[in-house]
Design a protein around this ligand. Structure first.
Ligand code: BTN
Length: 259
């Protein structure tokens, strides 16, 4: 697989598995043993695929993408959440070039086609005192799966279902790494999202749409206006005031059944 990558460091070292518990968990174990910046873990299937907020990630064998990248940044831990957005943007760029130009970003890091999810990203960080030991970015892409369990049938789709063609997963992983490496290197210099801001907002499905902000103890409706260079979502409340949202769940009307 590595021979397909035109990268300097992303994927320079690769661990491939037919089956693993979770590529993120495997990456954490390898990172604890000293795995380098750019180490990639890829699996054909996961027995304990993990999603955000303690959810699982459906991970059958059948030519989907389950991958995790180990990063050893030397910037401050407060910058790390932005890496998720850098990855989301990199995956969209790769998919646009190679597979489908209808992929959009649901802030901060879900990728959707139409109203259905095609890709999820799980970023996990470990600190040593206050400095970053490592960041692990896990990416799950529904590539060639044909059917989904009942619970997610209305909210998930795959590249194959959307395009009618089987996606070449190895080639796609290579392209994602190329995009991510370039975007990460630019991010590491400025330590903000200014280089990808315009491109990210251009692909943001939330932009100028009604969203429901689901912050603990504070739920409200607003219109999303795009992200700023810190990765926060700017939303306009009904009274015209602008607010920045930096974490928490955001529902977009018409996406994942929010009506
Ligand atoms: C989400 O909830 O949207 C995030 C899903 C992330 C899934 C990927 S699959 C590869 C990596 N390994 C995991 O266990 N999870 C991530």
């Amino acid at each position: 697989m590595a021979e397909q990558f035109r990268t300097a460091w992303a994927g320079a070292c690769i661990y491939e598995y037919a089956e693993i518990d979770s590529t993120n968990l495997c990456a954490a174990r390898l990172a604890d043993q000293g795995a380098e910046h750019g180490t990639l873990i890829v699996a054909q299937s996961q027995t304990a695929g993990r999603g955000r907020r303690g959810r699982g990630w459906e991970s059958p064998a059948g030519d989907n993408i389950y991958m995790s990248l180990i990063l050893r940044p030397d910037f401050g831990a407060e910058k790390a959440p932005m890496l998720t957005l850098v990855m989301a943007y990199s995956v969209v760029q790769a998919l646009e070039e190679a597979v489908c130009d209808r992929v959009k970003i649901k802030w901060p890091n879900d990728l959707v086609i139409g109203t259905k999810k095609i890709c999820g990203i799980l970023t996990e960080m470990k600190l040593l005192e206050t400095a970053i030991d490592r960041v692990i970015i896990g990416v799950g892409i529904n590539a060639n799966v044909d059917t989904f369990p009942m619970e997610i049938r209305n909210t998930a789709t795959s590249l194959k279902l959307e395009t009618g063609k089987a996606a070449d997963c190895s080639a796609l992983i290579g392209r994602i790494l190329e995009k991510f490496e370039a975007n990460y290197d630019a991010f590491a210099v400025k330590q903000d999202l200014s280089d990808i801001l315009e491109g990210y907002n251009h692909r943001l499905v939330n932009k100028d749409r009604e969203v429901r902000i689901l912050e603990p103890g504070n739920e409200y409706e607003a219109v999303a206006r795009g992200i700023n260079s810190a990765g926060e979502l700017l939303v306009q409340k009904k009274n015209g005031e602008l607010e920045t949202v930096f974490s928490g769940e955001v529902s977009v009307r018409g996406i994942y059944d929010y009506v």
